[in-house]
Design a protein around this ligand. Structure first.
Ligand code: GLY
Length: 342
C-alpha cells in the first residue's frame, strides 16, 4: 500500500514537472500575448501615394516629403515597440498623413469636378475578419478614425455620402468645415486642370489618378491590419467611389497578410487587387514578394498602381509599377526604409 502511494506521488510529481513549464508558457501576459507568441516580430509599412514624381524635384520639397514619411513611420513604430496593437499603429500613422497637406488624404486632398473634397477611407483587421469604410466624406477630419468606429461599433461595413456623415454625427470623431481640406496649391492645380479642356486625359503617366495614403502592420500578437485614406482622383465626378473603401480592392487584411493600394482606383478595383494578392499567397503558396511581383508587374499594367504589404512573419513588400512611391517601413530588428524612387 505504502509502495503504491509513493508510486502515485512520483507519478503526480512527474506530471506536474512536465506540464508546469508548458502551462506557464501558454499563460496570458497582460492579455497581450502568450510566450508562444514571443517569437512574433512586429513590422510596419506606409505609403503616401504612387505616381511619377520627378527625381529633379526641389531639394527642399524632397526633404519635406522624406521628413513627413519618417515622422509617420516613427508614430507606428513607437506603438508597436511598446507592445501596442497594429490597429492603433495603423490608425495613428494614417491620421498623421491625413493631417499633412503634402498628401492626397484629409487636408490636402484633391478636388472633385465641382471643386470640392470628398474623402474615402477603410480599415481592416485580419484577425477578426472585420472591416469599416466610408466614402464621400466632407466634414470628418480623420476619415480613418471614422472607418475604425464603423468597424468596431456598427453592424455594417461601408457608409456612403450623407449616410456616412449622419453616422459620423452619432460618434465623437472630430468634424471640420469642408474648407479645412482645401489647400491653395492643390486648388489652383485643380482649377487649371478643370479649365483646360482635355488637360486631365492628356497628362502623361496617369499623374492625375495618383495620391492616397496607407499603412499596414503586424503586431507582437500576429494581428494584421491594413488602413487606407484618400481624396480620390483629381477632377473625379460627384459621387465617384474609388478602390480605397472597397474591401478587397484598395484595402484588405486576413490572418496571413495586410495590403494597402495607391494609384488608379478603377484599375485596382477591376483586379480586386488587395484580395488578389492575399489569394495568390493562400492558393499558390508563393511568398509575399513573389505574389506582389505577380500583381504589380503581371496583372496590372505599367503606370497603374503601387502597393504595400506585410505578412504574418513580418516580411515587408513595397512595389509600384509607376516611377515613384512615397513609402517607409521598418520591422523588429530590421532596417528602416524611407524612399520615393526605386
Ligand atoms: N486610389 C485612389 C482612388 O483612385 O480613389
Amino acid at each position: 500500500m505504502k509502495k503504491q502511494i509513493s508510486l502515485l506521488s512520483l507519478l503526480i510529481l512527474g506530471t506536474l514537472l512536465f506540464t508546469l513549464p508548458m502551462s506557464l508558457k501558454a499563460q496570458d501576459n497582460n492579455g497581450q500575448q502568450s510566450a508562444d507568441e514571443s517569437d512574433q516580430k512586429w513590422a510596419i509599412a506606409l505609403h503616401g501615394g504612387a505616381g511619377y514624381v520627378s527625381p529633379n524635384m526641389p531639394e527642399e520639397r524632397k526633404a519635406a516629403y522624406m521628413a513627413a514619411l519618417d515622422s509617420a513611420l516613427a508614430i507606428g513604430v513607437e506603438i508597436l515597440e511598446q507592445g501596442g496593437s497594429s490597429l492603433d499603429a495603423v490608425e495613428q500613422t494614417v491620421r498623421f498623413l491625413e493631417d499633412n497637406p503634402l498628401f492626397n488624404a484629409g487636408r490636402g486632398a484633391v478636388f472633385t469636378s465641382e471643386g470640392k473634397n470628398e474623402l474615402d477611407a477603410a480599415i481592416m483587421d485580419g484577425s477578426q475578419m472585420n472591416a469599416g469604410a466610408a466614402t464621400g466624406l466632407t466634414t470628418v477630419k480623420h476619415p480613418i478614425s471614422l472607418a475604425r468606429i464603423i468597424m468596431e461599433e456598427s453592424r455594417h461595413i461601408l457608409f456612403a455620402g450623407d449616410g456616412a456623415e449622419q453616422y459620423a454625427d452619432q460618434t465623437t470623431v472630430e468634424r471640420v468645415d469642408p474648407d479645412y481640406f482645401k489647400v491653395p496649391a492643390r486648388y489652383e492645380a485643380w482649377k487649371r486642370a478643370n479649365e483646360s479642356q482635355g488637360y486631365l486625359e492628356s497628362q502623361p503617366n496617369n499623374a492625375w489618378k495618383m495620391g492616397t495614403v496607407g499603412c499596414v502592420a503586424v503586431d507582437k500578437t500576429g494581428r494584421l491590419v491594413a488602413g487606407t485614406s484618400t481624396g480620390g482622383m483629381t477632377n473625379k465626378r460627384y459621387g465617384r467611389v474609388g478602390d480605397v473603401p472597397i474591401i478587397g480592392s484598395g484595402t484588405y487584411a486576413d490572418e496571413q497578410v495586410a495590403v494597402s493600394a495607391t494609384g488608379w482606383g478603377e484599375r485596382i478595383m477591376l483586379n480586386v487587387s488587395a484580395h488578389r494578392l492575399a489569394s495568390h499567397i493562400r492558393y499558390t503558396g508563393a511568398s509575399l514578394q513573389e505574389s506582389m511581383n505577380h500583381l504589380v508587374y503581371e496583372i496590372l499594367n505599367e503606370g497603374e498602381a503601387g502597393f504595400i504589404a506585410v505578412d504574418r512573419q513580418g516580411n515587408i513588400s513595397m512595389e509600384t509599377n509607376t516611377g515613384s512611391m512615397f513609402r517607409a517601413s521598418q520591422s523588429e530588428g530590421g532596417e528602416k526604409t524611407v524612399a520615393i524612387w526605386k
